[in-house]
Design a protein around this ligand. Structure first.
Ligand SMILES: NC(=O)c1ccc[n+]([C@@H]2O[C@H](COP(=O)([O-])OP(=O)(O)OC[C@H]3O[C@@H](n4cnc5c(N)ncnc54)[C@H](OP(=O)(O)O)[C@@H]3O)[C@@H](O)[C@H]2O)c1
Length: 315
């Protein structure tokens, strides 16, 4: 029987790359990966082609290119990259472009990688956290969450995949421990004693593969995924053990985090405050047990650290 093609947006990135690898590592699973990129000649795209994936060029800002890239596929993994442009509006347009293209191609199953629209929890009138860019609370969440409805509106069979914080941010996103004035390494997150729901970025794609493999089971459903829920103190203890150096946790105030001044600090400060203030909801929406059913190799924070601690840059 012909393999079902999954068109993977973000195939050269963390989420989509994990899905392409999950498909390619299961040659008898009945699926084939079509890796979508803007740059077929990039090293990452070439590496995917070398693995045997079909590589196709398309741009989320160009609907016609997406229609071509989705044509003939069974399904698609759809993700946007806020951090490339810092625009939630752009994410909304790109989500709509993908949904339109998915409909035109008659896809049977789309996974939309999303996050909560925080404004449903903290309306713009609620001043506990500042409104950003005039209309968002956590722009990189709100642009995605406010696009959840477009798939349903267009009648695209979709699973809404609520992802969580990548453990990999300790390596690639500047969130590794930093030395304080006395030299002690510290992680600072404004979450008080509440828990961070996190996952290894590569596990997200493996979970998505589990969703596609389950056939119709998750179509029309919302699935939240996490590999662990850990407090700042838990993370500091695990980091201390893994690095062989003392790491402490600073439960800084969200306002202090927002004031750190790096691009996106205000967005992330609001995000951590959302994790803190709505922790029970956020954690409950991401069952580790259910995530493990989708991806039996799911890593806890400790397991991820055991494999990756050496890569964490220490500031
Ligand atoms: N960091 C976290 O903790 C975390 C947690 C949950 C969710 N997220 C969300 O994850 C998203 C990013 O996903 P990621 O980490 O997998 O990305 P990533 O590793 O940074 O890679 C970005 C991917 O998006 C593709 N892309 C970007 N703009 C495109 C466009 N206009 N047309 C076609 N492809 C485009 C890139 O493809 P080419 O460059 O090859 O074209 C690349 O494959 C962000 O929106 C972020 O909010 C992050």
């Amino acid at each position: 029987m012909a393999k079902k093609i999954i068109a993977v947006v973000g195939a050269t990135g963390a989420q989509g790359g994990g899905l392409v690898r999950a498909i390619m590592n299961d040659p008898n699973g009945g699926f084939a990966a079509r890796a979508i990129t803007r740059k077929k000649d990039s090293d990452k795209a070439k590496a995917l082609a070398k693995m045997g994936a079909e590589v196709v060029e398309a741009d989320l800002d160009d609907k016609a290119s997406l229609e071509k890239a989705f044509a003939g596929a069974y399904g698609a993994y759809c993700v946007t990259n806020f951090w490339e442009h810092f625009s939630a509006e752009k994410e909304q347009v790109q989500a709509r472009n993908m949904a339109d293209a998915a409909r035109a191609a008659g896809l049977k199953h789309v996974i939309w990688s999303t996050l909560e629209d925080v404004r449903r929890y903290v309306p713009l009138s609620d001043n506990r956290m500042p409104t950003l860019q005039g209309k968002w609370k956590v722009p990189h969440f709100d642009g995605k969450g406010s696009s959840d409805h477009v798939w349903k509106d267009l009648g695209v069979p979709t699973t809404l995949l609520f992802t969580s914080f990548y453990w990999d941010n300790f390596v690639y996103f500047g969130m590794g421990p930093k030395a304080g004035p006395d030299g002690t390494l510290a992680i600072g997150m404004p979450m008080g004693d509440r828990k961070l729901s996190g996952i290894s970025a590569a596990d997200i794609g493996a979970c998505a593969y589990g969703i596609f493999k389950a056939g119709n089971e998750y179509i029309g459903k919302t699935v939240g995924i996490a590999g662990d829920h850990v407090s700042g103190a838990d993370m500091a203890a695990a980091l201390s053990k893994a690095l062989g150096k003392k790491v402490v946790y600073h439960a800084m105030e969200p306002a202090a985090y927002r004031a750190l001044g790096f691009p996106g600090a205000d967005d992330l400060g609001n995000m951590f405050q959302f994790y803190r203030d709505f922790n029970d909801d956020f954690v409950a929406a991401r069952s580790v047990e259910k995530t493990r059913k989708l991806n039996p190799k799911l890593q806890s924070f400790q397991q991820w650290l055991d494999a990756n601690a050496k890569q964490i840059p220490l500031g």
